[in-house]
Design a protein around this ligand. Structure first.
Ligand SMILES: [Zn+2]
Length: 395
């Protein structure tokens, strides 16, 4: 059976049509310790894991053309349901052929459920068993999100990997509050599953909650597996608990999840967070950091972090990172990058974002290669040693 939604995609090619009969699948190719490398197969292309997903909040990875994002090595992008439902609206995106066509990215897209961003961005909000009512941060208009509506919006966007609708308690929260919130999220996970239905070629991921409490994490993981999902996310981390607490949870939480499904750590992170998460068995991550930092003059390089607005770069003819093959590093000096940042030229955000995304994807490729060849420990030791050296000295 051909899913009816493919019929409404303007200009859908034969390749895409036949591809849609393919199902979503995940295969592990190698493990090294708890770290894993594999491939997620989707009708829109393969996602090599561990994977880093650049964030395209408002149907764009800011300052980047989609083909440039692809050139950095990204296999998949993340889109934000909360932002897109408010502007331009899911119904409009659907009428225009779906998010892939709208933003000119024909590879896989994962959308979040909107739940987390309602909690962090929306104005006045009211949470009930049914869902959440909130005021838009854009124009104050009133909206309602439920598991069913979140599934509908993500379907209209045409997302390849859909996230279950969940609630993430605001921190600090007591263990009792975290437990209550987690159990609500598990009831919403069941409703998300029911509303998602059977959509060949598309995946629905459940989200584990439970804060930093081991028993709650285990209870959540068991509840999700009872329902059954195509992948499992570790939610409720990277919300200000600190790296040590996050790694503390990641030391056991991925072990509660099935081996044969992808594991996604939401909203992570800095390069050393990513390395630590991969070491602990995480397959997918997303974060705004490389793109957002690129626009504020921050760059990650092999030897740590660079603030390009610092005066020490003003006369420096060397590239940002001598070991980087991105356009910013092969075509421009630190002096130029410093100048365009200080002059608030648009190319500044473009070049630094490109560099940061390139650096992140190169890190992921390095991790995948190291896991495949059983030399992850050496790779990680080298990663930390280079960072410890610090940025190159001024000439
Ligand atoms: Zn570079």
């Amino acid at each position: 059976m051909v899913p009816t939604e493919t019929l409404s995609v303007p200009g859908s090619s034969d390749r895409y049509f036949s591809a849609m009969s393919k199902r979503f699948s995940f295969s592990l190719n190698a493990t090294d310790g708890r770290a894993r490398t594999g491939v997620i197969d989707t009708p829109r292309g393969q996602i090599r894991t561990p994977a880093f997903m650049p964030v395209g909040t408002a149907a764009t990875v800011k300052a980047m053309l989609p083909e440039s994002v692809r050139q950095t090595g990204a296999d998949i992008l993340l889109g934000n349901t909360y932002h897109l439902m408010l502007r331009p609206g899911a119904e409009r995106v659907e009428r225009l052929g779906g998010l892939h066509r709208f933003m000119n990215w024909d590879r896989p897209i994962l959308t979040d459920s909107g739940g987390f961003q309602v909690m962090s961005l929306a104005g006045l909000r009211k949470l009930t068993e049914e869902g959440v009512t909130f005021a838009s941060h854009v124009d104050g208009s009133k909206h309602h999100l439920t598991p069913e509506r979140s599934m509908e919006i993500q379907r209209m966007l045409g997302s390849d990997i859909v996230m279950a609708f969940d609630e993430c308690p605001a921190l600090p929260a007591t263990e009792e509050e975290v437990a209550k919130s987690m159990r609500l999220s598990m009831r919403w996970a069941q409703r998300s599953r029911d509303a998602f239905g059977d959509r060949p070629g598309h995946a629905l991921f459940g989200i584990m909650q439970g804060g930093v409490t081991r028993d709650l994490r285990e209870e959540s993981a068991e509840a999700l597996q009872q329902i059954g999902f195509d992948g499992y996310a570790v939610g409720g981390l990277a919300v200000g608990e600190g790296q040590e607490a996050m790694f503390g949870v990641l030391d056991y939480a991925p072990g509660f999840l099935p081996e044969d499904k992808p594991r996604y750590l939401m909203g992570v992170g800095k390069p050393d967070d990513i390395v630590g998460a991969v070491q602990r068995g995480i397959d997918m991550m997303d974060c705004v950091l490389p793109s957002r930092s690129g626009r504020t003059g921050q760059a990650w390089i092999h030897r740590g972090q660079v603030n390009i607005k610092n005066a020490r770069h003003a006369d420096d003819p060397r590239p940002l990172d001598e070991n980087c093959s991105c356009p910013a590093c092969t075509g421009y000096s630190r002096a130029y990058l410093h100048h365009v940042f200080r002059s608030q030229e648009m190319i500044s955000g473009m070049l630094l974002t490109w560099h940061n995304l390139h650096y992140y994807q190169e890190l992921m490729a390095g991790l995948r290669g190291a896991i495949a060849e059983g030399r992850l420990d050496a790779f990680v030791a080298d990663f930390h040693a280079k960072r410890a050296e610090g940025d190159i000295e001024r000439l």
